[in-house]
Write a protein that binds this ligand. Structure first.
Ligand code: MF3
Ligand code: CO
Length: 258
């Protein structure tokens, strides 16, 4: 396993890719409403990505057919947008988006509620987000990767949630998926030693019920086996000798995370 260390020039490009992706999420979230199809979301998302001069990195990645992964309710990740599926009041929808800017990738996901959602759903979304922040407290030069995984998993499991095991976060840079893999649950081996200049996509996928997931017949859409709700929260981060820099937050998200 070799984890790339980005140069100062590369870090600038990763920052730019991240800032754009934060805006893409912000602009797309504003458009969400009951009645729209998941394909409408993908079309709008792709338009916004291209308006910033970026390429949607998921499109055609291993044959994935869209620019935005749109996963509703018990869909965990990699939902394929379709004109047949319409959002309804009370749904939760996870949007996972990757962009390429001047050859550098950023990757981020958010789960949103449509209209009024259940207390259970709102808590799942908030705690999934918080599990990311619990994990990245340990994303610092000199620590080992498992400290991030353990902290994410322990926080989510403290609520009785199922932490998805079959999908993981990843290094990111000139490729969408680079070493290392970043699980969201307790690890036996400590994993790589973190160094300043590593860029990582940390992405807890948390189920309200059990952790088990299934792949649907389209070979992409991952759903919870027990049909419980699932939430996803992901950012691309830069490891430093101090606090990590979160590259895919909007200015208002940065204020709220302090
Ligand atoms: N955030 C996801 C990941 O890191 C998105 C990949 S979906 C795909 O794997 F469509 F690009 F495959
Ligand atoms: Co990712």
């Amino acid at each position: 396993m070799s984890v790339s260390i980005k140069s100062a020039r590369e870090i600038e490009l990763m920052r730019a890719a991240g800032k754009i992706l934060a805006k893409v999420h912000e602009n797309l979230e504003k458009e969400l409403k009951a009645g729209m199809s998941t394909l409408d979301i993908d079309r709008l998302g792709e338009e916004i990505i291209r308006s910033f001069g970026c390429i949607p990195s998921f499109k055609n990645y291993n044959g994935y057919p869209a620019s935005v992964c749109v996963s509703v309710n018990d869909e965990v990740v990699h939902g394929i947008p379709t004109k047949k599926r319409h959002l309804q009041e009370g749904d939760i929808v996870s949007l996972d988006i990757g962009v390429i800017y001047k050859g550098y990738h950023s990757d981020a996901a958010r789960t949103h509620g449509i209209g009024e959602i259940s207390k259970e759903a709102a808590l799942l979304i908030e705690r999934t987000r918080q599990s990311f922040f619990e994990g990245i407290k340990y994303a610092k030069e000199g620590n080992h990767l498992h400290e991030i995984s353990n902290a994410v998993g322990a926080y989510a499991e403290s609520f009785g949630y199922g932490v998805v095991r079959d999908l993981v976060g990843h290094g990111i840079g000139t490729h969408l998926h680079e070493d290392p893999q970043i699980p969201n649950f307790t690890q036996k081996s400590r994993g790589v030693r973190l160094k300043a200049g590593m860029t990582l996509a940390v992405e807890p996928m948390i189920n309200a019920g059990r952790f088990d997931v299934l792949w649907q017949e389209d070979n992409w859409t991952v759903v919870t086996q027990d049909h419980s709700l699932s939430a996803h929260y992901e950012n691309t981060i830069l490891v430093t000798t101090g606090e990590p820099e979160i590259l895919t937050l909007t200015p208002s998200e940065i204020d709220n995370s302090l």
